[in-house]
Design a protein around this ligand. Sequence first.
Ligand code: UDP
Ligand code: MG
Length: 348
Amino acid sequence: MSDPIGAGAPPSLAIVVPCYNEQEVLSDSAQELLTVVAGLVEAGRIHVRSRIYFVDDGSRDATWPMLEQLALRNPRIVAVALSRNRGHQNALYAGLSQTSEDMVVSIDADLQDGPENIAAMIDAFVAGNEVVFGVRTERDTDTWFKRMTAEGYYRVMQRLGVDLVFNHADFRLMSRRAVDTLLEYPETNLFLRGMVRELGFRSTTVSYARRPRLAGESKYPLRRMLSLAWRGVTAYSIAPLRAITLLGLLAGTVSLVLIAWVLVVKMFSGSAVPGWASIMVPVLFIGSVQLLCLGVIGEYLGKIYEEVKRRPRYHLREVVARQAVESESSRSDRSMARRCLVRLPEEM
Ligand code: UDP
Ligand code: MG
């Protein structure tokens, strides 16, 4: 990687903001983000050529005309439009693939994750971290229901063996290399907070208290939350498949006991209705055998699933040699990523 902080010039910053029907918050958010960027530039923390990328995710309100105006008036603002609504994760991905700056921060348009924390994220980046996760310390401004479901979800995911940062959503800073590496992941079902964790570069967290939404209402109603949650489980864990095998083993054990009981009743009590034992034994036996077989098929399905995702097997963190080594294989891909915006993967 070319040294992002080297050569005296501070690193450039890109802020990526997915927007879906955000007309109520947009002007305030844009203003606040511009102020934050201007402040950082003034303080010499980031390069003057830092930009804010707004991605319109097929909004049906005035979001796009507003974004166009903002981009025309401010050289620091880039407005990107998707052909139609593709969901938060895809919009974010599209925005990431447009950037070319040294650091990329993703943030929601309602600025619930305060942009004043970006300064701390940059500190962590300068200290050598490639990924800085924003972590919500308190959720007082969220409804009780949102808080319970969100926190319960992180717990369940941890139980299922999915490596997530607790209470981290999509407010994070990534180095150029981390972003380029992320863009190499070919999977269609994006669950970015899991994928970024998967990259494995040096990372840290920055904590902050979550603010209430500036205006407008949440674009994540329960249905979308459930869909994202389920995508996280199925994209990162084959535990549900494995559970079938366990269930099969359990059913097998229980049915063996029941079969023994049926036979005892049949042979020694004489109270069994004719035909009862000969029906019960096969029902119990075949039921558990079937579950077990489904579980075995599930195991293979899980393997196939992992294979078809074609995830990269590893990412290099560093190559040390006496001569300078060109370790940045993905830099040339970036221009391609910039061009293939319209070829976004279909959302489920
Ligand atoms: N968003 C999007 N596409 C969608 C839904 C949401 O780009 O289909 C954006 C939205 O504009 C916002 C971010 O995703 O910038 C998070 O949405 P929201 O703040 O409504 O979610 P919450 O904070 O309630 O979880
Ligand atoms: Mg929000």
